[in-house]
Design a protein around this ligand. Structure first.
Ligand SMILES: Nc1ncnc2c1ncn2[C@@H]1O[C@H](COP(=O)(O)OP(=O)(O)OP(=O)(O)O)[C@@H](O)[C@H]1O
Length: 364
């Protein structure tokens, strides 16, 4: 679902701008510190109400300004259109509008504009904590399975209640029962959704990765967060005493993970940084393909910050071919436009933008 028109006001150093991006490939070039990443950040804020650079949004709001705004018109499949916008103030206040209506939930932004970010920090997907890989996995499940979000919210609530009772110390086991029933029901359901998604993701990932790099020994597997031989109710029962001592629930879908291994070893301990980057790109591109195949009205928009870094010419070309093959809208930043200019088929619509001291100009 491409952005047809994008307006950005008071985001970092960017001058107020309205762009008409290509529905396919958009190259954003400019010197260091010119504002390329800020443009990608603005799109990220539109889709998720948060930045990918800082946990707080205040640093994103332009100095001397009280709020920033990002607004876009979107083209859906079959000629339908949508509009969405977010204004975020310094007091952490925000207003979100979708199709002219005020909206309270940021999940609706995410649903309207599915985004995939590939940037130098994406490495953390392999080397970071399981939470990041769970978020990656749940991004996919959220976008293809409508019931995922309410189930996940119910799971979080029951988990929070169980943990807070566990922290209280001595109690009747029966006090936990209602929350455990809910936790087990939602936990098994979420595991079911995640497993179904992984079954689709695995072959897609292998196909995409094969087009980027040969890593025969790489395997992707899913750990659901508790023993695969036993039901969650049984595991909670058996771990009750220990959970009481720790004051939290040790096992469950909140412990799920994706495991990437090479010859049985952690991929992050074996692969080079460039190889890790390609693996992460393959995972994200595979998710883009699955979203497309799911028949949802929205396709994914890809934000690729600093694509050329750490990739040699051959792998850069291969990655560009895959991004092009997605048939999605892609925004790619790079210092020199020439680094990516020749990477596209002549029939692919490519728009070039150049950023200089926060001013964005379309150059082709
Ligand atoms: N709140 C703010 N208000 C105004 N300017 C800001 C604000 N926050 C950061 N800046 C400036 O905005 C610019 C943001 O640059 P950005 O990170 O988008 O650059 P870039 O083109 O991606 O650079 P690089 O190639 O080095 O990654 C920097 O010059 C930074 O100093």
């Amino acid at each position: 679902m491409p952005l047809k028109r994008l307006s950005v006001t008071a985001v970092r150093n960017l001058h107020p701008v309205t762009l008409h991006p290509s529905p396919r490939i958009n190259i954003i070039s400019g010197a260091n510190g010119s504002g390329k990443t800020s443009l990608l950040e603005a799109i990220h804020i539109l889709g998720l109400a948060r930045s990918f650079r800082s946990t707080r949004l205040n640093p994103v709001i332009q100095y001397e300004q009280q709020q920033c705004t990002v607004f876009a018109d979107l083209n859906l499949h079959a000629g339908a259109q949508r509009s969405m916008g977010i204004t975020r103030g310094k007091e952490a206040d925000y207003q979100i509008r979708i199709d002219g209506q005020s909206v309270r939930s940021t999940a609706q932004l995410a649903e309207t504009l599915p985004l995939q970010l590939i940037n130098p920090e994406s490495f953390r997907l392999l080397e970071g904590a399981p939470k990041q890989r769970r978020q990656f996995l749940d991004w996919g499940v959220f976008h293809v399975e409508h019931q995922f979000l309410p189930s996940w919210q119910r799971l979080q609530k029951s988990l929070k209640q169980r943990n807070s009772l566990l922290r209280r110390g001595r109690m009747e086991r029966s006090m936990l029962a209602p929350w455990e029933t809910e936790l087990v029901q939602m936990g098994e359901r979420i595991d079911h959704y995640r497993r179904g998604y992984i079954q689709q993701l695995k072959p897609e990932f292998e196909t995409v990765l094969g087009q980027l790099i040969t890593l025969d020994e790489l395997s992707l597997s899913y750990y659901r967060g508790w023993d695969k031989e036993r039901g969650l109710a049984e595991v909670l029962d058996q771990q009750f005493e220990r959970d009481c001592q720790l004051g939290h629930t040790q096992s469950g879908p909140q412990r799920a993970d994706l495991r990437l291994r090479v010859r049985g070893m952690n991929a992050v301990d074996v692969l080079s940084r460039g190889q890790q980057k390609l693996v992460v790109c393959a995972l994200k591109i595979a998710q883009g393909h699955l979203l497309k195949a799911s028949g949802r009205q929205q396709d994914c928009v890809f934000l690729v910050d600093d694509l050329p870094s750490e990739l040699d010419g051959q792998h850069r070309e291969a990655l560009c071919r895959l991004l092009e093959g997605l048939n999605c809208q892609v925004f790619i930043s790079c210092v020199e436009a020439e680094q990516l200019a020749g990477s596209w088929k002549t029939e692919t619509p490519v728009s070039m933008f150049h950023v200089e001291h926060g001013r964005i100009v379309q150059t082709g």
